[in-house]
Design a protein around this ligand. Structure first.
Ligand SMILES: Nc1nc2c(ncn2[C@@H]2O[C@H](COP(=O)(O)OP(=O)(O)OP(=O)(O)O)[C@@H](O)[C@H]2O)c(=O)[nH]1
Ligand SMILES: [Mg+2]
Length: 200
């Protein structure tokens, strides 16, 4: 993470380092929204229509207007600075797609876990997944308009997060807000690895 690759000595063109980041969290927490807001390339999405077939499993409380769900992954890319690009992989939010997680997480440097305070417990499995595997992560509390406001301390206690896990409020629809979350993750990963922070 502390070096920049060169595109052949002869030309000397700097090639930014590309790091893989996961965007995780519960069903409807805003993962696809965040990847889309951040991506500078047209995001790859795998949305399928929510149908009556999922009525017993898909808890739409709070996201009643949601009509689609991610069935494989989201993909996007963002350039943080001349030396660093992040490749963003949004996970599917529903339990029935857990079988995809190990492949999606392979080689990931870190993760953003999106939390929705109306359904906080939905992000427990993501947090558990990254804690068990030692993957550094940050928690973005996605502020939905009609959600009751809690302090970050309250949410941290409810999630039983380690004190060193960065946590912040965010708006998944807002590119600058999402970028702040990503930068906090990159800084956290660098600290975790005892390396210089690559974000200028
Ligand atoms: N008000 C508000 N709505 C949001 C925000 N983030 C997402 N939404 C809306 O919430 C709904 C769910 O967003 P998605 O991005 O599809 O959520 P997801 O986590 O990808 O959902 P799954 O892939 O099905 O788990 C969409 O209708 C979004 O427009 C937010 O920050 N504020
Ligand atoms: Mg999604």
């Amino acid at each position: 993470m502390d070096s920049v690759r060169y595109d052949g000595e002869r030309r000397g063109n700097r090639v930014p380092i590309a790091l893989k980041i996961l965007v995780a969290g519960g069903f409807g927490a805003g993962k696809t929204t965040l990847v889309s807001a951040l991506s500078e390339v047209r995001p790859l999405q795998t949305e399928e229509i929510l149908t009556g077939a999922g009525i017993d499993t898909d808890d739409l409380s709070g996201v009643e207007t949601k009509t689609t769900t991610t069935v494989a992954m989201d993909f996007g890319r963002i350039t943080i600075n001349d030396d660093l690009q992040l490749y963003l992989f949004g996970t599917p939010g529903q339990d029935r797609f857990w079988f995809l997680w190990d492949e999606l997480a392979f080689g990931a440097l870190g993760a953003v876990v999106l939390a929705d305070t109306r359904r906080l417990a939905d992000c427990f499995p993501s947090i558990d997944y990254f804690e068990r595997r030692g993957v550094p992560f940050v928690v973005g509390v996605n502020c939905f308009d009609d959600a009751r406001r809690f302090s970050l301390g309250q949410v941290r206690r409810a999630l039983d997060l380690d004190p060193d896990v960065p946590m912040m409020l965010c708006d998944a629809r807002d590119r600058q807000s999402g970028k702040t979350v990503l930068i906090s993750l990159v800084e956290h990963v660098a600290r975790h690895r005892g390396q210089p922070v690559p974000v200028a």
